[in-house]
Design a protein around this ligand. Structure first.
Ligand code: ATP
Length: 288
């Protein structure tokens, strides 16, 4: 095999809670993760110059060793003493710096691609154990589907598939740094924490009402305070029939879950009319 094409899918957080700040500066999290059908396209081809090369369609995504695709390819090349190089062509659709794990998912796909291209025979578990060295969300991006993530995000428990629904993704034209959102987060006795256990129960019982009424993101208040456009987008989705609208990760992407495509389209056009989102996609839940 000399080349391979892969789909690196986006994720959303159905629930996101920060349990505590650890002495090492990281945060202990409890998150319910869900993969979406929307994806970045990745083509990988072996080359004979012995280098890892990266090409991307976006000028503001690194095309060098800072790209997570590069780090993923290098990690496995070093471990397995592979001399052959690899050309990686990355076509980004997943919004960047948006809370949708785009870079982590690209890295996960490259690890899967390297495993196949070079016949490494690593299991999913083997890949996930190595993936955490690239980023906390990368093991989940290898696993995909519906999962509970704990620790810094690397302790994963597979959940029942999420109920089918249409997802509207809207990213306002602002950049949010994950680091600064965590820096501004103050956990006090008054902090509202989403009930992650009830979301998990709702998923396992396929009870959308129970899921929707418990969905929440502890980082939403922090990001919304700086960027009220997030609440405006959420309200537009709710007014147009969203079962629930929520910010994903540290933001600023907002997603809405809809029973049908008609409602999702109505919300899409009502947000478009106000010019409050830079990028919008209608997509579906991806279950493994
Ligand atoms: P998360 O949901 O994990 O917080 P994110 O959506 O906030 O991820 P990414 O889109 O993954 O953030 O990328 C954040 C930064 O990482 C970008 O500013 C970019 O410079 C760098 N980066 C490295 N590799 C990639 C990649 N393959 N795709 C996008 N960004 C990348």
């Amino acid at each position: 095999m000399d080349n391979i094409k892969l789909k690196a899918r986006a994720k959303i957080n159905i629930g996101l809670d920060v349990v505590r700040k650890r002495p090492d500066g990281y945060h202990d999290m409890r998150m319910v993760m869900q993969t979406l059908k929307m994806y970045d396209g990745i083509s990988m081809a072996k080359n004979h110059n012995g280098n890892i090369s990266i090409k991307t369609n976006l000028p503001y995504v690194p095309d060098n060793e800072n790209n997570l695709c590069y780090k993923a390819a290098k990690l496995l090349r070093d471990e397995f003493n592979i001399d052959t190089g690899v050309d990686i062509d990355l076509v980004k659709y997943i919004p960047v710096s948006a809370g949708m794990a785009g870079g982590s998912s690209d890295a996960a796909a490259v690890m899967v691609g390297m495993n196949k291209l070079f016949g490494l025979s690593l299991s999913m578990q083997d890949l996930m154990e190595r993936a955490v060295n690239i980023g906390a969300d990368v093991p989940y991006c290898i696993m995909r589907g519906t999962a509970m993530a704990e620790g810094i995000g690397e302790k994963l428990t597979r959940l029942n598939p999420f109920p089918e629904c249409v997802v509207l993704v809207a990213k306002p034209g602002i950049a949010v740094s994950t680091r600064s959102v965590f820096g501004k987060l103050r956990l006090t006795e008054d902090t509202y924490h989403p009930d992650i256990d009830s979301i998990v129960k709702g998923i396992n019982e396929k009870n959308m009402d129970m899921i929707a009424s418990n969905m929440g993101n502890v980082l939403e208040d922090v990001t919304e305070k700086d960027f009220p456009v997030i609440s405006t987008i959420k309200s537009k989705m709710a007014e147009n029939g969203a079962i629930k609208a929520l910010m994903s990760g540290s933001g600023p992407t907002v997603f809405g879950l809809f029973e049908n495509i008609e409602d999702a389209r109505k919300a899409f056009y009502s947000i478009k009319k106000e010019h409050i989102a830079r990028q919008m996609f209608i997509t579906d839940i991806f279950n493994v």
